[in-house]
Design a binder for this molecule. Sequence first.
Ligand code: HGY
Ligand code: MN
Ligand code: MN
Ligand code: MN
Length: 405
Amino acid sequence: MSDGFDRLWADLEPIGRHPGTGGYRRYTFGAADAELRSWFAGAAASRGLDVETDGNGNMWAWWGAPGPGAVVTGSHLDSVPDGGAFDGPLGVVSALEAVAELRRRGFAPARPVAVAVFAEEEGARFGVPCLGSRLLTGAIAPERAAALTDADGVTWAEAMAGAGFDPAGLGPDPERAGRIGAFVELHVEQGRALADTGDAVGAARSIWPHGRWRLEFTGRADHAGTTRLADRRDPMLPFARTVLAARSCAARNGAVATVGRVRVEPNGTNAVPSRVTAWLDARAPGAAELDAVVAGVTAEARAAAAEHGVRLAEAQESDSPLVEFSAELRDRVAAAAGGARGPVPVLPTGAGHDAGVLASVVPTAMLFVRNPTGVSHAPEEHAERADCHAGVTALADVLQDLAGE
Ligand code: HGY
Ligand code: MN
Ligand code: MN
Ligand code: MN
């Protein structure tokens, strides 16, 4: 089984890797996307799976005719800028190899099985995470998704059409979503819990509530050398205070918050910029803490903007409420994954996933594979090959349990 995984990994891993940073640049309908889709279609077809792409750009590889009660597994192939090799791809490769393993075992599923690849899970290009699974489930209006833009102003619909897909198909897909009897996503752990417990595989208990807020500070461009400080309307100052507020408000609430994807216009050395746009990513153990963080950060952003004569436009761009995976499926998956050794550990996480979106409409569970350092969204992200193989075996055991009746 391990050479099946190793061969798939060897073909996939180099796609979109940046030679300079060693990080991965895989953006939906953009860099590396066509190559990734072609790799998936080829790898699935060589495992006897029938591949289709839905109206939202998600890919599905079917073992058996698509039908109700399907057991679906999979993840995503897109990355954050200079992300790691495993976040997303480990779930896709493991799913393909788990299906191959079940075939080798001579297992005949009693229900359809599918491997899914969801589009724009990171939201790295268009800003909203899990866009493909949100579109599938109706969690975002197709008109809003179609109009989302990347850093160059290209819309999702334009990028989709440019990649050869018809954006007219965007929108809720109750027929496909309705086919899913259970969804199980395997993912590299984005943390160190399994490294600390000494387990190769774990299961997910919950996903922290989190969201993204767009903050646009508009001041006035000026000469850096001749404009007195008192005359400036420099958007960098309220932006800077917002970054510091994100850290202090998160610390006060046992939460985490990050300000990223920053755009400074014009971005020169000797000009006071006219506008700074940034996104707040805030996550907390519960909704009350999350609200407190966001309220504190936006209060500071508003006060600082007012002090500096800067206009602030703010908008929440995505909302991911607390996800508590169904205890019944979670415990069944943890037991099947652990086998004779007993159930694998069940862990909360602060990382969002397509599984978190699907959990709102179908029974959903997650498996995690140990990440020795816990580092993710960086080239240093890692999982030992033996643990990857253990993840495939665990996923195959889970799929066999769920699709066996
Ligand atoms: O950002 C996240 O939580 C996930 O890795 N997409
Ligand atoms: Mn990620
Ligand atoms: Mn991911
Ligand atoms: Mn091995």
